[in-house]
Ligand binder design. Structure first.
Ligand SMILES: [Zn+2]
Length: 297
């Protein structure tokens, strides 16, 4: 008798669960989720390795501030140019020259690197790996210190040297209550399963602050990187906010922005769409590629 009663209660509870589940599915605003998730799925299932294309377009030149000869001796925002992205915003795109690691780290005039500002073409140029002769050098130590200083100046959770026009794969992560993390030549060697991807709303320092993108990121990633002082390979698994931030910064290293994680229709305005249209499809495939690199271990 007790066994029958337990079985009866179990059947009732399963039935209740099914009814509640179906009610949730029927009442959930699936239409709102479609543009966020379903479009991304198409890219996730066709992860291709595609060459990064330039966003240069005929209208781009009129949106950028004049290129500066030496960004390390100019104002960080290069904001002396009256060039606006649109009439409702005071956003000014930079036109930073790409500088080498040596050049970026030997400046004595600034303690903060200038920040690239969309649609600066330098933001679309993938950063090159730091070569072995730099490990243990004053140049690389200075560069790491400047990157950390710049991140803290802008109150950034993470920052890639590439965002500042520096041609070097270095990523900094601010980790309150933990040691901050400076990763040279970081690359992802393992990702959480695709089914565990998380939805985030992201802003970016190089984009107008009014723009937010809804993106999908891996719940956790394992990253290999080299220590600046010795060149020793290290491994770290990042979860939650740090996994999100690291994926965002590793995108910068590849010349990918959060604008590449959304459909053109989700961009802020027609002007943004007109600039981002060229090469957007290819960059979106790259943004959603879940490829991993070979482990150094
Ligand atoms: Zn960013």
């Amino acid at each position: 008798m007790p066994f029958t009663y337990v079985r009866y209660r179990g059947v009732v509870q399963v039935q209740r669960g099914l009814v509640i589940g179906w009610l949730c599915i029927l009442t959930f605003p699936m239409d709102a989720l479609k543009p966020v998730v379903f479009c991304r799925r198409a890219f996730l299932t066709t992860t291709l390795s595609v060459p990064l294309q330039s966003i240069l377009s005929p209208s781009l030149s009129v949106l950028l501030a004049p290129e500066v000869d030496n960004p390390l001796e100019s104002t960080p925002l290069n904001n002396n140019s009256p060039v606006l992205v649109d009439s409702d915003s005071s956003w000014i795109g930079t036109n930073l020259p790409r500088i080498s690691l040596t050049h970026a780290s030997t400046s004595t005039t600034m303690t903060v690197w200038p920040m690239g500002r969309w649609p600066d073409p330098v933001l679309r140029q993938p950063a090159e790996p730091v070569s072995s002769e730099f490990f243990g050098s004053t140049e690389l130590q200075n560069a790491c210190w400047l990157l950390q200083n710049t991140a803290r100046h802008y109150h950034a959770v993470g920052l890639a040297a590439q965002q500042c026009g520096v041609n070097a794969r270095i990523v900094y992560l601010e980790r309150p209550f933990f040691r901050s993390l400076t990763m040279v030549n970081p690359h992802i060697v393992q990702r959480s399963p695709e089914t565990k991807m998380r939805v985030w709303t992201e802003h970016c320092l190089v984009l107008p602050p009014t723009f937010a993108a809804t993106v999908l990121r891996d719940a956790w990633i394992t990253v290999e990187y080299q220590e600046a002082s010795t060149g020793t390979w290290k491994i770290v698994t990042l979860r939650g906010e740090w996994a999100r931030a690291a994926q965002h910064e590793l995108d910068h290293d590849r010349g990918i922005l959060v604008t590449d994680h959304v459909e053109l229709s989700e961009l802020e305005n027609d002007l943004m769409r007109s600039i981002e249209t060229a090469g957007h499809a290819g960059r979106m495939e790259l943004a959603y590629s879940r490829a991993v690199e070979k482990s150094a271990f």
